[in-house]
Design a protein around this ligand. Structure first.
Ligand SMILES: Nc1ncnc2c1ncn2[C@@H]1O[C@H](COP(=O)(O)OP(=O)(O)OP(=O)(O)O)[C@@H](O)[C@H]1O
Length: 264
């Protein structure tokens, strides 16, 4: 489903700020894989997701989504394959528009919006049903402005919008990091439900090792722009935080530094 072949990316090459962010990333995701991505600060996690999304051209390597080589495709064109949710609940939705208008925008992504300016009764019913599944009561607030929603409600709505058209690949960049633990758990529960229901191939960055262990069928750990661990199946199910720390030290040759975020 997704193939990253020997991806390299250096920011500000040849300057004092030169930074090798991806240093030969190889990854092959099977259809329906739900991969959690962990690693210390600056390990290259977001850069890997941005490379897939086409935020900028990679220096070398190939990116293949569902058999199509997208390495040279613009971010705009690649968006057709992707759903994305970011850390900040303020991104991903339009605050001054209603819930149903936001959903309608997501539904019409890639189509001319001028063709169908209004929201039909049928669509409203569809949105009502979709929102009901979230269990947040949003189905009764279809016309409420999104700016009035809590961070968690907004992230749940963003998730719904990002997956409305069943993307080939769902990219979650610490999408629960800005939420309180209870709300984060609820949004993760909704994430699991949607990913499983729609059989979505998913990459989720998290700083929380426990979440990385609990969610998904596969876990990768990054370090200095490389994937240093790739654990799946039964091995992943049995993982503990201590195992991960040990494996980090084994693979990186470094003692695990006091990265409180990663250990939280
Ligand atoms: N647009 C950019 N311009 C310059 N340097 C960048 C850019 N994006 C990322 N970097 C650098 O590349 C390295 C990898 O960053 P990245 O954001 O991918 O790390 P990360 O693993 O997501 O870390 P964190 O957990 O702190 O978000 C870092 O040193 C970062 O400063």
């Amino acid at each position: 489903m997704l193939k990253l072949i020997d991806i390299h990316k250096t920011f500000n090459p040849g300057t004092i700020n030169e930074k090798v962010a991806l240093n030969g990333v190889d990854l092959h995701l099977n259809e329906g894989d739900f991969v959690t991505v962990i690693g210390g600060n600056g390990a290259g996690k977001s850069t890997m997701l941005n490379a897939v999304a086409g935020a900028w051209p990679v220096d070398s390597g190939k990116i293949i989504i569902g058999g199509t080589d997208v390495t040279k495709l613009s971010e705009y064109k690649r968006a057709a394959y992707l759903g994305r949710v970011f850390q900040d609940p303020m991104t991903g939705t339009a605050a001054t528009m209603g819930i149903e208008e936001n959903l309608a925008l997501a539904k019409r992504r890639g189509k001319s919006r001028l063709l169908r300016p209004g929201i039909t009764r049928q669509e409203r019913e569809e949105y009502h049903e979709l929102l009901k599944i979230l269990g947040l009561g949003l189905e009764d607030r279809l016309t409420s402005k999104v700016g009035l929603l809590s961070g968690g409600q907004r992230q749940a709505l963003t998730l719904l919008m990002a997956t409305l058209k069943k993307p080939q690949l769902l990219l979650l960049d610490e999408h629960t990091a800005a939420l309180d633990p209870k709300t984060a758990a609820k949004v993760l529960e909704i994430t699991d439900m949607i990913v499983t229901r729609d059989h979505l191939t998913t990459m989720m960055i998290t700083h929380n090792m426990r979440d990385a262990i609990t969610h998904g069928n596969r876990l990768i750990m990054m370090w200095e722009g490389k994937i240093i661990l790739d654990i799946q199946g039964e091995e992943k199910k049995k993982l503990t935080v201590k195992d991960l720390l040990d494996k980090f030290e084994e693979a990186s040759g470094e003692e695990f530094s006091n990265d409180s975020a990663l250990l939280s």
